[in-house]
Structures are given as C-alpha cells and as structure tokens.
Design a protein around this ligand. Structure first.
Ligand code: CDP
Length: 804
C-alpha cells in the first residue's frame, strides 16, 4: 500500500506512543456534551431517592412519623433504620475497619446525617417527602473540638461500640478513641533530640476541607427479580471493590452483581468510599421493585461524603547548629468525625503519613497518630494525594522552614544541605520507606536558576526595607516546597484493602486486522486514561494508539483491579499494560519466526514489527502478525492474540518536585496575590507531556484552593459551615494564578517503563509552597507560623497580631 509510511521515524510518529503529546481522545465526547455520566442513566420506571437528614449534630431520635411523607403525592416508600435492622443493613463496614450507620439508628451523630430515605416517582416528589417527614429529637451535648474528645467526661458518641475495647488497629483507651498508631524508632529519636544543638517545635493545623468534584456522588441501582442480577451504576473510583463490598454487605453472590462506573466528573478521593446513598439505592430497588436513582446535591456532597485532612499536627526537628537535621518527631490528633471511614490501605490507619521525613536524609524519626471521634461527618479521604501524603509533606516542608528561620539560614540552603543524595538511592527512610530513585540537587538547581532565586531574595529584602521605613505597606514572600511523593499503592506486601492485595490489571485482545481493545482495573475520573494507556500499548506492541480502544469501569468486562486513587494508575495498571503488551509481542515473535522461517532469536523488534537481524527488509509488521494469529500459527500454538497481566508492584514509586511560589501581600487588607508559581516535576518516564501539564495545572489549582481558602468549619453546636459554594472556595479562572511548569526525568528503576505517578504531585507539593510563601513574608517581622487557609481575613488578623 503506497500510503503506508515506511521510514522508522514515520512509523514511530504514527504510533503516537510514549512521549507523544497526543490529544486526549476522551475530550471529543466531553467537549461536545456527549459524556455519559451516572445521571444520564435513565431506565424505564425509574424511581428517585432523597435523604431526610439530621438538623442536629448530636441528638437522640425519639420518634419518626412516616405518614406525612407517605401522604405526599408521588412518594412510594419511606425507609428508616428500623426497616434495615431485619436485613442487617442499618450499619455497613467501612474501609477503615469501623462500621458506619447507613441510616441513623436511635441517635444522630453529625449534622446532615442520613436518617430516612424517601423513594418517589420523581426527584421533586422525593424532595417534598423529605420536607414533610416528621422527626422528634432530644438534643445531646455536641462534641466538636477533637482536643476535648478524650477528656474523661467527654460525651459518649458511639453507643453502638461503647463496650468495644479493641478497635481495628489496637486497643481503645476511651469511648471516643479510635486508634493510636506509631511508626519509627522512639528511643533513637529521643537520643537524637537530646544531643541536638537546636530543636524547633510547631503546631501545624491542616484544617478540614473537601475534594468537591464538579459531579457529586450518585448511583442508580436496578435489581432484576427474574434473573436475580443487580446492576449498579455509580461514581466509583474503584468499581471492583464496590462489587465485592456490595456482595459482602447485601449477601448477593458476586457474579450476580454488575458494577458500572461510566464517565466520572472528577473524584479526587471523594469517590473511593461506599456511602449510604449507594447502599440505599440498592435497598430501594429491592424494596420498590424498580430501578432507583440517587444523586447528591452540592450541600450534601460538601457536608456528608468524605471530608479530607482535619489533622492537628505537632512537628519537631532536632538539628546541629549548622543545619544538619538529626531527628524528627510528629504527633497528630486526627479528627475522624462520627465514623472512621478513611480510605487507606488496611495496615495504615494514618495512611502514608509516616513518609513525612520528606526529601531529606533524616537519621531518626518517630511518628504517633491518635484517631478520635467527634460529631462531624465521616471520611478522611486522600484529597488528590496518596493517603495522607499531603499532610506529611506539609509537615516537613513547613517545619524545615521554621528550622531555617531559627538558624537564620536560607530555606533553599537548608534543603540542599539535607537532601537525600543521588548516590543514596535506593534510600531507606527512618520510617522504613525505600525511595526508588531521584536526583534532588539537580532538580533544585534547575528550579532556582529558572526562577532567579537570588534576585528574588534581593527584591524581597528591598521590599522589607521599604516596609520597615514606612514607605510601603506591601510585603513579599517566597515559598519553597521540595516534596517527595509516594504513589502506586501498592506492593501487596504492604498494602491491601479488605484483604485484597493492591495489584492492578490489564487484558488485551488484538483483533485480526491489527486493531485492539484493552481493559483495565482502574477508572479514570478525568485523567485521560483512554489516551495514555493506548500510548503505552502502542510503544510496546507497535499497534498505533488510535487503533486501540481502552475500556475501564465495567466489572462484567474489565479484569479485577483496585481502582484509581493515590496516583496509582500509571505505577500499577500502567505497568500491567506494558507487561501485557510484552506478552502480546512475545507471541507475535513466535508467529513471525514461523512466517519468516527463521529462529525467533534471529529476529529483532523495530518500532511496529519484527525484522530479521542483519536483513531488515525481511520483516513482518504487527498488523500482519495479528492477521496470522487467526489463520497461520506455528504448529501447537493456540490461535488468537490476547494477553492478561496482573501486576503486583515490588515497591511504590517516588516522584518529586521543586516548587517556588512568590506572593505579594497588602498588610492593610490582608489581600494576597500569587505573582509567580514555578513547578518542576519529576515523574520518571513521561508518557504524555501535555496530559502531565494538565494534571499539574489542575493539582496546583486545587492546592491553591486548599492553602488559600478552603475550609469546612463547624461551630460550637456542630453546625457545619462552608457547606455550599457560597462559602466553600472553589477557584475559577478569575482567581487562579498562572502556572509555569518544568521537569527533569529520572526513571523509576523497578517500573517496566520507568514511569512514576504524577496526578497528585502538584497538589501535595503545592499546598506547602503557598503556605511557606505567606509565612515567609512575615518571618522577619516576628512571625513564625500562621495557619491555613490564608484568606485575606486570616492574613490581616495575623498582621494585626504581629502589631503591623
Ligand atoms: O491514578 P491517576 O490516573 O490519578 O494518576 P497518574 O497515574 O499519575 O496518571 C495521571 C495521568 O497522567 C494519566 O493520564 C497518566 O497516563 C499521565 N501520566 C503520564 O503521562 N506520565 C507519567 N509518568 C505519569 C502519568
């Protein structure tokens, strides 16, 4: 065929493989409004469910009168905990080893808790039913402050487990205690602190925020009573895990459950857990005999499904007087709300917080995390991060600045002095993590050069002098964050969820004409998997990306996988993809040896086919080999060209980056302006540089939101504030700063294509960069640390407190 490109370079370009800025194939439907989301699922006879929610944070339910709700035209059923008890469905297990009320039984434990589920013929009737329902309460004393949770006379919240002395992670010492968890070597760390010239200690609150995806959580359940088949569409970041949990909770055999996660409008951790709404849509379809849809509104999303952070961190560093860090200590009081519904690997109730020694060679560390109950919504999810790594990076990147300030050292110099050096990789941290690869000094040098660090410091000094001289009311801050992420959960030796190892999977079928379909156990929520997995396969198999369909999210067709969160898709499923592609290639090589009548060792791979060594004219393309796989295979070989790979990674991957933020602050109004933000990322081999840039823009925007404005606050009665977008800061293009991106590329030594995850790096690294910049502006004026969110009001109040 004359049209067929011939040169290796042309064939390479046609593949659009690893390294290509391939345009996102999914955007064709997204930009034309043709995405298929859960709310687009419309089934004949479908009913709608809506929750009646508690107005109180802590109250006893004295009576529920269903009649007034049932009298509303269109209302079909009203379900309460009493109805769920015979089915043993009034509580469900959480991923963290606790149980959570599906509908409140006897007591409500947080404002907006689910009390009754109203099923109606349309959404409006369901909402009217919610309005009409009559519930009588007796108010109880609310517990809002986590620091008061374990006081001897603190109110008892969880009556259902009041006699439980042993939790999922060890003994419970108080009725509001969930767990105490430690990592590192306490004695060695104490020894380091006793010998240090300098010790710093700071309280660093990481307030409660919410992932706030554009699409809220929702589900549609349909039980076919004839076949006994339950189909559940939902906003699931981990559809297979949902199927297994649904089977265990509802006692329906797993093969009779089909979970489908269609297009998802952002997850950021919010769509990992199992929520009462999902369970109630299933209960609803069984009770009502018709499909039932449940769709959260924005207030429900912000106030009930999976908050993030709420870590009350105390951090300490011990160092020599010339700035060499000797030890680190951190204590965290973790406010988990009314139920421990964190989504972490089973063995790590505090997620991966103990990676908090960061990018530095710190010889000793000791970490303790205490989890407690309060009258707040449950959750504790990883908001665009790998299981509490944002909290970990915030801790080290803030406290190292505090140490630099105490020693009167430059924040860049103290980082450089303590970096893990390139020759130390693989490097084992004091809390036991093995960092796979990196070259921190090179990344730091490139970043400092790019931003013109020395000039920035000179400019800052001049501004400060003007301020002190009364010539100006403007301050300038320079924030540095040199973060190391830990992504790709994970090695099954460390990580499981409900006992299932955290592998991931890819299954490929190559069709006779050389086109292919690949299915994976992960689930994109906007990250562009349909584009990038095809690129990996194109490079591995020689099949052009646009000839490969990528499918995720349907448990009836996709191989079992643990889903997408914690930037694990590339490190785990991406690796499965590469390995499945290699299996295809191996078989194709045997077919090529048969067709070309040479020994397979005499063949070599060239872009998209095998050629005879020393005689490149004699070759068979993958397209030809695919055809032969269905009609002319070596004797004894099965026909077809398929492969499956389940990949259990040997280690996490450790992407890193150097971020610099420059902020200008008006001391009289507290207004801040991010003048410049430079982000250098190293995620190993880059599959699609354009998608990486998009991920970094998005992650930085969310980091900006968290650091500068987001907060889910509770008043003293447990009333949730910040529960709508009138109050909760969601930056638009108007507020969002301009982002400069850059990179270095040090591959992961254990990943088949050397790639590390990247989706969450900008969030994890971004938050401390903003906070350090704000704090840096005040550090020569008596300030040490001011808490996030750095709103104008908070910055103004801080300036006032410093007498400025
Ligand atoms: O698990 P999740 O998809 O959220 O995160 P990820 O594995 O970091 O991938 C996010 C997006 O960036 C995907 O489309 C990846 O294929 C892409 N990526 C890339 O092009 N190169 C990398 N080294 C890492 C991710």
């Amino acid at each position: 065929n004359d049209q067929t490109p011939v040169s290796a370079q042309e064939r390479e370009e046609k593949l659009e493989g690893i390294g290509c800025k391939r345009k996102r194939v999914e955007d064709v439907r997204f930009t034309q409004g043709k995405g298929n989301y859960v709310d687009d699922v419309k089934l004949p006879g479908m009913l709608f469910g809506d929750f009646y929610r508690s107005p109180y944070a802590h109250a006893r339910i004295k009576n529920i009168n269903k009649d007034s709700a049932l009298a509303v035209p269109g209302v079909v059923a009203v379900v309460t905990a009493e109805d769920l008890i015979p089915l043993n469905l009034h509580y469900m297990p959480t991923l963290a080893g606790d149980v959570q009320a599906v509908l409140a039984h006897e007591k409500v434990l947080f404002q907006n808790q689910e009390v009754a589920f109203i099923i109606a013929k349309d959404r409006y009737a369901a909402a009217d039913g919610v309005e009409a329902l009559e519930v009588e309460y007796e108010e109880l004393e609310p517990l809002v402050d986590p620091f008061k949770s374990m006081e001897p006379d603190a109110p008892l919240l969880r009556e259902d487990i009041k006699d439980k002395k042993e939790g999922a992670h060890g003994p419970r010492v108080h009725h509001n205690h969930i767990f105490t968890w430690t990592a590192g070597d306490k004695d060695a760390t104490e020894d380091a602190f006793s010998k240090a010239d300098v010790v710093v200690k700071e309280y660093l609150a990481h307030p409660r925020v919410h992932p706030c995806p554009l699409e809220t959580c929702c589900s549609v359940a349909n039980m076919d009573k004839i076949t006994g088949q339950l189909t559940l569409w939902g906003t699931f970041q981990a559809p297979h895990v949902v199927r297994t949990v649904a089977s265990l909770i509802a006692n329906i055999p797993e093969h009779k459950i089909r979970v489908i996660a269609p297009d998802i409008g952002g997850g950021f951790g919010n769509k990992v857990g199992v929520y009462p709404g999902y369970v109630m849509s299933v209960v609803g379809t069984i009770v009502a005999g018709a499909p039932v849809k449940w769709v959260e509104d924005r207030i429900e999303n912000l106030t009930t499904t999976a908050f993030a952070r709420d870590y009350h961190i105390t951090a300490e560093l011990a160092a020599t007087k010339d700035g060499k860090i000797l030890g680190m200590r951190s204590h965290v009081l973790a406010d988990h709300g009314a139920f421990d519904a964190c989504a972490d690997p089973t063995k790590f109730p505090a997620g991966l917080y103990h990676v908090c020694t960061g990018s530095y060679d710190i010889p000793s560390a000791f970490i303790q995390v205490d989890g407690v109950y309060t009258n707040k919504a449950p959750g504790g999810v990883a908001y665009r991060c790998s299981f509490r790594v944002t909290e970990a990076v915030y801790t080290i990147e803030r406290i190292i600045d505090v140490l630099a300030q105490k020693l009167d050292m430059d924040p860049a110099d103290i980082r450089k002095k303590n970096f893990v050096q390139p020759e130390q990789f693989p490097y084992t941290s004091a809390t036991g993590w093995e960092y796979d690869s990196g070259d921190y000094p090179t990344a730091m040098a490139k970043a400092m050069d790019a931003v013109g660090y020395d000039q920035l410091r000179q400019e800052q000094a001049q501004k400060l002098a003007d301020f002190k001289a009364g010539k100006s009311r403007q301050l300038m801050g320079i924030g540095i964050s040199f973060f190391t992420e830990i992504v790709g959960a994970g090695p099954s030796k460390n990580c499981d969820i409900l006992g299932i190892g955290m592998f991931d999977s890819c299954e490929i079928r190559v069709h006779p004409t050389g086109a292919a379909i690949a299915r994976l156990g992960t689930k994109s929520q906007g990250q562009g998997h349909e584009t990038t997995y095809a690129q990996i396969l194109a490079t591995e198999t020689g099949i052009p990306s646009d000839m490969i369909t990528i499918e995720e999210g349907d448990t009836d067709t996709a191989p079992y996988g643990l889903g997408t969160y914690g930037s694990r898709s590339t490190p785990v499923a991406g690796a499965a993809c590469a390995r499945a592609g290699r299996k295809i290639k191996q078989k194709a090589q045997l077919i090529a040896s048969h067709l070309l009548e040479v020994h397979h060792d005499d063949l070599e791979w060239n872009v998209d086919g095998f050629q005879v060594k020393g005689n490149p004219e004699k070759r068979k393309s993958m397209k030809e080999l695919a055809w032969a796989a269905y009609n002319n295979v070596p004797e004894g070989m099965e026909m077809g060209l398929e492969a499956v790979d389940y990949y259990d990674p040997p280690n996490f991957t450790y992407p890193y980056g150097a971020y610099f933020c420059v902020v200008d602050i008006d001391v009289d109004t507290g207004e801040s302006k991010i003048r410049r933000f430079y982000a250098l990322d190293d995620c190993g081999t880059r599959i699609n540089p354009m998608i990486i840039e998009g991920q970094i823009h998005g992650g930085l925007t969310e980091a900006f939101a968290v650091a500068m404005g987001q907060l889910i606050h509770y008043d003293e009665y447990g009333n949730v504030q910040g529960g709508s977008l009138m109050d909760f800061f969601l930056p638009t293009a108007v507020e969002t700063p301009h982002w400069e991106t850059d990179y270095t590329e040090v591959p992961s030594p254990h990943h088949p294509i050397g790639a590390k995850g990247v989706g969450e790096s900008p969030h994890v690294g971004g938050v401390p960069a903003f906070s350090n910049a704000v704090n840096d502006a005040f550090k020569k004026l008596g300030g040490v640390h001011t808490h996030m969110p750095h709103t104008s009001a908070n910055i103004w109040a801080y300036a006032q407190s410093l007498g400025l």
